[in-house]
Design a protein around this ligand. Structure first.
Ligand code: FAQ
Length: 311
């Protein structure tokens, strides 16, 4: 019966076994996974937009080639993640429809504008840096297909983070105007990057259950702390200042004390009021509509081949 199956499921999770698509799982576990994995997939897809609009304006051929490769990687991440979510019984068409209708959540970070070239380096450094901090532990998430998707994603994110930091480093070694551009980008992206980890633990409705089921392996605040601890020395190394007057090293906890992002702004952006949220949704819908002929052609081609095989 259900109580027995639930006990067996919880014992497997506690023993760090992976749960696989055909295994029995509680409905709430399946629902939480579909929620988190689909939100994650949508983030990768919408996340192509802020950087995609700089491909034509990259300052050199080398930077352009790197950025193009990075944006393509994000598309690939979205596709692995949609596949992982599909193993739980929700179709990619349903997930895509929810995104295009503006009903699906995706990371708040992608509702902020990319104003200068320095923003592109800063996104690689901070946004991909935050993504790695969050996703390395997810390689041990309890659902097998999600954990395995994370392995390749983390390798690619690590290249993204390095290319971003290297681009910011180049600006910091350039003219005073270039260095000021890098500082301005850090000032604008710092707080939204801290928001990527989600609300504080005491305001996070999903953390406790997700930790018990080992869907999440660390809490939002624990990952945010780790991110601050590794990022501050990186900023110092290239002569940039983190825009947080409360930031200071705390010997006792062997980590930094730091200020809190504006959580009212965070919840407003979660609810869809981000500075460029409407533009992002319009761009996604336009891309979907513009791609209709490609989907139609692929289906027509597949049908023609199926007919030939039948003949
Ligand atoms: N944005 O109870 P919690 C990338 C929502 S990396 C929007 O704490 P949970 C790479 C949350 O969904 C970015 N919504 O939730 C890249 C929940 O709403 P719901 C994507 C947020 O799930 C780089 C409510 O608030 N990474 O794309 C956010 O336990 C560069 C309550 O929150 C992932 O998705 C937020 N920041 O913890 C691509 C990683 N935070 O559904 C392109 C996997 C919270 O109950 C360029 N996800 N919410 O109505 C996770 O680890 C978790 O889902 C968290 C949130 C940590 C994001």
């Amino acid at each position: 019966d259900d109580a027995e199956r639930l006990a067996a499921f919880e014992a497997r999770v506690a023993a760090d076994e992976f749960i696989e698509p055909k295994d029995w799982m509680p409905d709430a576990y399946r629902k939480t996974l579909v929620r988190q994995i689909s939100q994650h997939a949508h983030s990768e897809i919408v996340g192509m937009l802020p950087e995609g609009n700089w491909i034509g304006r990259a300052p050199s051929l080398r930077r352009k080639a790197i950025l193009l490769a990075k944006v393509q990687d994000e598309a690939g991440h979205g596709l692995y993640l949609y596949c992982a979510a599909e193993t739980l019984g929700t179709s990619r068409d349903e997930m895509t429809a929810a995104l295009l209708a503006g009903k699906a959540k995706y990371s708040t970070i992608f509702n902020y504008p990319t104003l200068t070239w320095a923003d592109i380096g800063t996104i690689g450094w901070l946004v991909d840096g935050a993504a790695i901090m969050n996703q390395v532990p997810l390689q041990r998430t309890s659902y097998g297909p999600y954990a395995r998707a994370m392995v390749r994603i983390c390798k690619e994110e690590s290249f993204h983070q390095r290319q971003g930091y290297e681009a910011v480093m180049a600006l910091c070694a350039g003219t005073p105007e270039q260095k000021a551009m890098a500082q301005d980008a850090l000032n604008r992206w710092w707080w939204p990057s801290l928001m990527m980890f989600g609300p504080p633990d005491d305001a996070s409705p999903n953390t406790e259950q997700s930790m018990r089921w080992r869907i999440k392996r660390d809490t939002n605040d624990a990952l945010r702390q780790k991110f601050v601890d590794v990022t501050v020395p990186q900023a110092e190394a290239i002569g940039l200042t983190i825009p947080d007057p409360a930031l200071r090293w705390n010997e006792d906890k062997d980590g930094y004390d730091f200020g809190q992002p504006d959580w009212d702004e965070f919840w407003a952006v979660v609810k869809g009021d981000g500075p460029v949220a409407a533009d992002r949704m319009a761009a996604r819908n336009k891309a979907w509509d513009d791609g209709a002929w490609v989907r139609d052609a692929a289906i027509a081609h597949a049908e023609k081949r199926a007919l030939k095989r039948a003949a």
